[in-house]
Design a protein around this ligand. Structure first.
Ligand SMILES: Nc1ncnc2c1ncn2[C@@H]1O[C@H](COP(=O)(O)OP(=O)(O)OP(=O)(O)O)[C@@H](O)[C@H]1O
Ligand SMILES: [Mg+2]
Length: 365
C-alpha cells in the first residue's frame, strides 16, 4: 500500500506527546502531513519551542513512518505556548509567561542566567522579552550591549529597546548617568515596576524574563502584588554559605505564592585546559536548594571564562558562541525550564487541550 497523506497523518496522530501524555491526535497537534515521493513533510505544534518533546516525537515519527515505507521524514515544529493565569486587571495580558530569575545571594549569576536563558528561548523560536528588574544595580544594558533611551510613539506606551531579536527594558536606559545610585522608596519602587509591566509595549510574548536584584526584598513582594507570575527560577552556587540566603528567597516565594519552577546551580565546576574537573565552590548546593524548594534542579552551569568575557562584551555567550559547550548548557536549561512550565500549566488546566491565549483564560476565571 502506498503511503498516502491520510495514512501519514494518522500515524503521526497516534504518537504520544511526553509532556501531556496525550496523542498528537487528541491535541490536534498535526497541522500538516504531506507525502511527496518517499518523503513525509509534516508540521507539528507543541507547547513550547524549546522542548524535549521534539526529539521524542521526531524519533517516533521516523520509526512509525519508516515502517510504513517512508524513507525520510521532515518535521517542522511550531509552538502554541501555554499561558499563565491572566485576570482582567493584569498589566500585560499578552505576555503568556513571566519568569523571575532570583536568589537571596548577590553575584551568583542571576543576570548571566537571565540573559542567556532569554537568548536561548529566543533562538529556539519563542517571542521573548527581558526586563531588568534590578533597579538598584541594572546590569542588563552592559550584558546585552544595549544603550539608548526608550521612546514613546503615542505618549502613553514606552517602546522597549531591542537587541538580538529580544525586547529589553531596564532602569539603566532611563538614568542620565548609569553609575548613579538609585534611591527608591516603597511607593516609587511600586510605581516603577508597575510602569515596566503595564506601560512598556511588550506586545505578544511567550516569555518575559525578569532579572531580579539580590536579596529577599521588596521587588518580589511588589511584583507578586501586581501580576500573577508563572514562577521563579532560583540561582545558587554549590557552596553551603550561599544556601542560607537562597533558602530565604525560597521561603519568600512560598509566602508570596510564587511557584518555584526549579533551581539553577551556577559555577558548578571548572574544567581546566587539560580536561580536569575542579569543584571550586564545593558541590551539592543546587541539589540541596532544589530539595528544600521541592522543585527540580534544572541545570548545573560550569564556570567558563567565555561567560564573563562575552557578558562584559555585551553579547551573551549563547548568542556569541552558540555551538560552545557552555552555550549548550544554557540551551538545555531553556528546554528543561520550558518543559517544566508546560507541565505545570498542563496540570493547572486539568490536562485539557491548550487554551488559545489570554482571552479564553479570562473567561475561565
Ligand atoms: N558560569 C559562569 N562562568 C564564568 N563567569 C560567570 C559565570 N556566571 C557568572 N559569571 C560572572 O560572574 C559575575 C557575576 O555574575 P552576575 O552579574 O550574573 O551575577 P548576579 O547574581 O546577577 O549579581 P548581582 O547580585 O550583583 O545582581 C559576572 O562577571 C559574570 O560574568
Ligand atoms: Mg544581577
Amino acid at each position: 500500500m502506498a503511503l498516502s497523506n491520510e495514512i501519514a497523518r494518522s500515524a503521526l496522530e497516534s504518537l504520544v506527546d511526553p509532556l501531556s501524555n496525550k496523542t498528537l491526535g487528541e491535541l490536534r497537534a498535526v497541522k500538516r502531513a504531506d507525502v511527496a515521493g518517499s518523503t513525509v513533510h509534516a508540521e507539528v505544534e507543541l507547547f513550547s519551542h524549546a522542548s524535549s518533546a521534539r526529539s521524542v516525537i521526531e524519533q517516533g515519527a521516523k520509526e512509525k513512518l519508516g515502517s510504513l515505507g517512508a524513507e525520510s521524514v521532515e518535521i517542522t515544529f511550531t509552538a502554541n505556548v501555554r499561558t499563565r493565569q491572566v485576570s482582567g486587571e493584569d498589566p500585560c495580558p499578552e505576555v503568556k509567561n513571566i519568569i523571575l530569575v532570583m536568589s537571596g545571594k548577590g553575584g551568583v549569576g542571576k543576570s548571566t542566567v537571565a540573559a542567556n536563558l532569554t537568548l536561548a528561548l529566543h533562538r529556539a523560536g519563542a517571542r521573548v522579552g527581558l526586563l531588568d528588574a534590578d533597579i538598584y544595580g541594572p546590569s542588563v544594558p552592559t550584558m546585552l550591549g544595549v544603550q539608548g533611551r526608550p521612546v514613546s510613539a503615542d505618549g502613553k506606551m514606552i517602546e522597549p529597546l531591542e537587541r538580538f531579536g529580544v525586547k529589553i527594558m531596564s532602569i539603566g536606559f532611563l538614568l542620565d548617568d548609569p553609575k548613579t545610585a538609585v534611591v527608591w522608596r516603597g511607593p516609587m519602587l511600586h510605581g516603577a515596576l508597575q510602569q515596566f509591566l503595564r506601560d512598556v509595549n511588550w506586545g505578544k510574548l511567550d516569555y518575559l524574563v525578569l532579572d531580579l536584584p539580590p536579596g529577599t526584598g521588596d521587588v518580589a513582594l511588589t511584583l507578586s502584588q501586581q501580576v500573577k507570575v508563572t514562577g521563579a527560577v532560583i540561582v545558587t552556587t554549590p557552596q553551603e554559605v550561599a544556601l542560607i540566603d537562597v533558602y530565604k528567597s525560597i521561603s519568600m516565594c512560598q509566602k508570596l505564592s510564587i511557584p518555584v519552577l526549579g533551581v539553577v546551580e551556577n559555577m558548578s565546576w571548572f574544567i581546566d585546559p587539560a580536561g580536569n574537573k575542579h569543584e571550586i565552590f564545593g558541590r551539592g548546593g543546587g541539589q540541596k536548594a532544589a530539595e528544600h524548594a521541592k522543585a527540580p534542579l534544572l541545570a548545573q552551569i560550569p564556570m567558563d571564562s567565555l561567560v564573563r568575557e562575552w557578558g562584559d562584551n555585551g553579547t551573551p555567550v549563547v548568542q556569541a558562541q552558540p555551538n560552545s559547550p557552555i552555550a549548550k548548557a544554557f540551551k538545555d536549561l531553556a528546554e528543561t525550564l520550558s518543559d517544566k512550565i508546560t507541565m505545570e500549566l498542563n496540570a493547572a488546566y486539568g490536562g485539557t487541550a491548550p487554551a488559545d491565549g489570554p482571552k479564553r483564560l479570562k473567561i475561565l476565571r
